[in-house]
Write a protein that binds this ligand. Structure first.
Ligand code: AMP
Ligand code: MN
Ligand code: MN
Length: 334
């Protein structure tokens, strides 16, 4: 087994007070990994707190365990002094928000599957072969001898399911299926996981319709993009959490290779999600714009006027798309 994996297991094993931290703008893999690691370590008798420095989208509260995730302020109020901080699914220090403050006083253990990871921990187990960080948690829990039941298996399964688009994306490889099978055999329930996304408010359908109104196509319909402004959210009695999954709807359009969704947050920042189907490297584009991610799913956040940002991002996207297409065609004709 990987040396960094073994170091992380050893550190967790010898520590009594552990803080498990996820990333800002948390997704299903992040929430699943934080909770599966936290609950697993607790089952070994350890004193564990879990934290995410961001609001958790309401639909994840289908799992009551999500209430165990604390804000940065709540962790501070408890005066918690962890020996180690276990960070999951975060590719750079800014992604953990204010929890960076713990880095100086503790040993930082990092587990992640992003190619754009900056290896900012004291021990970094980063492996891009995994479709989800949740699968890395399965391995750590197994090595530590954590007992699984239906609850833990379902929570752990959530990360694998969500980061692979419910086993549909190109990262849904053999390991994804064998890990999922294992969790299902331990009691994991896929239908309980899918309930997070099959629980929509009617307002979200109306918000989707507003997004469709703003939809534009570029470069022979190979690029699709749309956006939602703060006013769009307000007018539909929604907030930015309610558009989770919209970029996937854009990508599902026939013939599209690259889908871009820009969302203006309450804070005035604009979050941009990129998704591609077959060949376009979204993480390259996101990294150019100050973010990161995976080849087929990436994102970045930019401060400024929404409409100016839409123009800039689409211009950059078209440029990179055309140069990437040229090199793709060149290598195909060689
Ligand atoms: P999203 O479009 O927000 O669902 O993010 C898609 C992927 O890109 C996920 O793997 C995120 O972890 C990653 N990502 C999103 N935003 C950022 C960012 N600002 N910096 C680094 N990675 C990001
Ligand atoms: Mn994530
Ligand atoms: Mn992930």
């Amino acid at each position: 087994m990987n040396r960094e994996f073994l170091s992380i297991v050893a550190k967790l094993s010898e520590s009594s007070n552990i803080l498990v931290v996820g990333h800002i703008m948390p997704d299903g893999d992040d929430i699943s990994s934080v909770l599966s690691a936290k609950i697993g370590l607790e089952r070994l008798g350890k004193n564990v707190l879990a934290g995410i420095d961001w609001r958790i989208p309401w639909y994840f509260y289908e799992f009551e365990e999500v209430n165990q995730i604390l804000t940065y302020e709540q962790v501070k109020e408890r005066g918690f002094r962890p020996e180690v901080v276990l960070i999951v699914d975060a590719s750079s220090p800014d992604r953990v928000g204010q929890f960076q403050e713990f880095f100086d006083s503790t040993t930082v253990l990092l587990m992640d599957h992003h190619a754009t990871n900056t290896l900012f921990g004291d021990h970094n187990w980063v492996d891009t072969k995994f479709g989800s960080t949740a699968q890395m948690v399965v391995r750590v829990n197994n090595e530590l001898g954590v007992p699984y039941d239906e609850k833990l298996a379902t929570l752990n399964l959530m990360g694998i399911a969500t980061d692979t688009g419910f086993f549909r994306y190109s990262n849904a490889d053999e390991t994804v299926f064998s890990d999922a099978t294992k969790l299902v055999s331990l009691g994991g329930k896929v239908h309980l996981v899918s309930r997070i996304f099959e629980n929509k408010r009617i307002e979200q359908f109306k918000l989707l319709s507003t997004m469709v109104d703003h939809l534009r196509l570029e470069l022979d319909d190979k690029i699709v993009y749309s956006y939602l402004s703060k006013e769009d959210y307000e007018n539909n009695n929604c907030n930015e959490d309610d558009s989770g999954g919209f970029v996937g709807e854009l990508r599902s359009l026939r013939g599209v290779e690259l889908a871009i969704f820009l969302s203006e947050y309450d804070s005035g920042e604009v979050h941009i999600s990129f998704r591609s189907k077959d060949w376009f490297d979204c993480s390259k584009l996101a990294t150019m714009l100050g973010g990161g991610g995976h080849p087929r799913a990436a994102g970045c956040t930019i401060k400024g006027d929404l409409y100016v940002i839409v123009e800039e991002v689409i211009r950059e996207a078209k440029n990179l798309f055309l140069t990437s297409l040229t090199s793709l065609n060149d290598s195909a004709s060689k």
